[in-house]
Design a protein around this ligand. Structure first.
Ligand code: NAP
Length: 289
């Protein structure tokens, strides 16, 4: 059993850390808002620490699942950051969705300290984190991947090494590019169906078995029809993810015309006050009146 530290107990991190503890690993958690760390330690019987450095000292594996680029840099390399406090040969795994640049900066800082670093963003949402069935896309060395794999398998149903540092984040970008266009298409289809007075239950039953089928259709179709968005993957997180995709595309030259339009639509939703709504709320923009 490994000595593990987990930094960031949000919607994703809290259950992910719980799955690691449930497999019998010795887990110490850190959360910026201490009350959440205390609640986690009480629920799962682990320890909690006051800083990322204190949680990481002596750990074999340190994981983080926080927010955007500056947040990862703060918990990993800031004043009380984890990486400088880690022991030689330990592995740092970042599960946040951030830029490939940050992934490469962490890998370089880890290499100086003798710490392996993996960028390991996840897909599967809150439900996937709670069920321990996430998809994990990983960048980093084969050695660090082999060390980190048993821990990532505690919360991941599919854990795939994509290549060296930054490749996990680039894979997650491709995932988000797919989702952006897809949710807009699904929104247009469902809004069209309602305007045409189609029975949407019958429609979803029919087309979710055919070529138009998608995870979004199966898991979000019925709630989109009912205008229910108070759950899931927040619009503001998606705006961050699409910003990262568009920045990366500037450097690799890939055109992202639909992604750019949909990123603008998510910006409108945020301005309308729906930034914490699920990403399937794109359909709101199409409603009449
Ligand atoms: P969340 O519920 O908002 O939680 C964010 C966590 O990060 C909280 O524990 C927060 O601490 C901590 N944090 C943020 N900034 C910090 C900083 N500067 N220093 C220290 N701690 C900081 O977010 P989430 O939904 O779990 O998402 C976390 C990451 O996973 C994001 O990168 C997101 O894009 C990605 N992701 C999310 C989903 C999803 O469905 N939610 C799916 C796939 C990937 P406090 O408690 O103190 O605020």
């Amino acid at each position: 059993m490994a000595k593990v530290a987990f930094l960031g107990l949000g919607v994703m991190g809290y259950p992910m850390a719980g799955h690691i503890a449930a497999k019998g690993h010795d887990v110490t958690v850190y959360n910026r808002t201490t009350a959440k760390a205390e609640a986690w330690a009480t629920q799962h019987g682990g320890a909690h620490a006051a800083t990322p450095a204190a949680a990481a000292a002596g750990a074999d594996i340190v994981l983080s699942c926080v927010g955007d680029d500056p947040d990862v840099l703060e918990v990993a390399l800031g004043a009380d950051g984890a990486i400088p406090a880690m022991r030689d040969g330990a592995v740092y795994i970042d599960n946040s969705t951030v830029s490939a640049d940050v992934a490469r900066r962490l890998a370089a800082a880890g290499a100086e300290r003798g710490v392996g670093v993996l960028d390991a963003p996840v897909s599967g949402g809150q439900a996937g984190a709670e069920n321990g069935k996430l998809t994990v896309m990983v960048g980093g060395s084969e050695e660090a991947f082999a060390t980190g794999l048993p821990i990532m398998e505690c919360y991941g149903a599919r854990v795939v090494r994509m290549g060296d540092a930054g490749k996990g984040q680039q894979a997650k970008m491709a995932n988000q590019i797919c989702i952006a266009g897809l949710v807009q298409g699904l929104s247009e289809a469902l809004n069209f169906a309602q305007q045409a007075d189609l029975d949407t239950d019958a429609l979803l039953e029919a087309i979710s078995g055919g070529a138009a089928q998608s995870w979004q259709m199966v898991n979000r179709g019925h709630t989109m029809v009912k205008d229910e968005f108070d759950f899931g993957f927040a619009v503001d997180w998606m705006r961050k993810d699409l910003r990262i995709c568009l920045e990366e595309a500037k450097s690799n030259g890939a055109p992202l015309p639909i992604t750019e339009i949909v990123a603008g639509y998510y910006g409108e939703l945020s301005e309308m006050g729906f930034g914490r709504n699920d990403t399937s709320s794109l359909i709101r923009r199409l409603r009449k009146g």
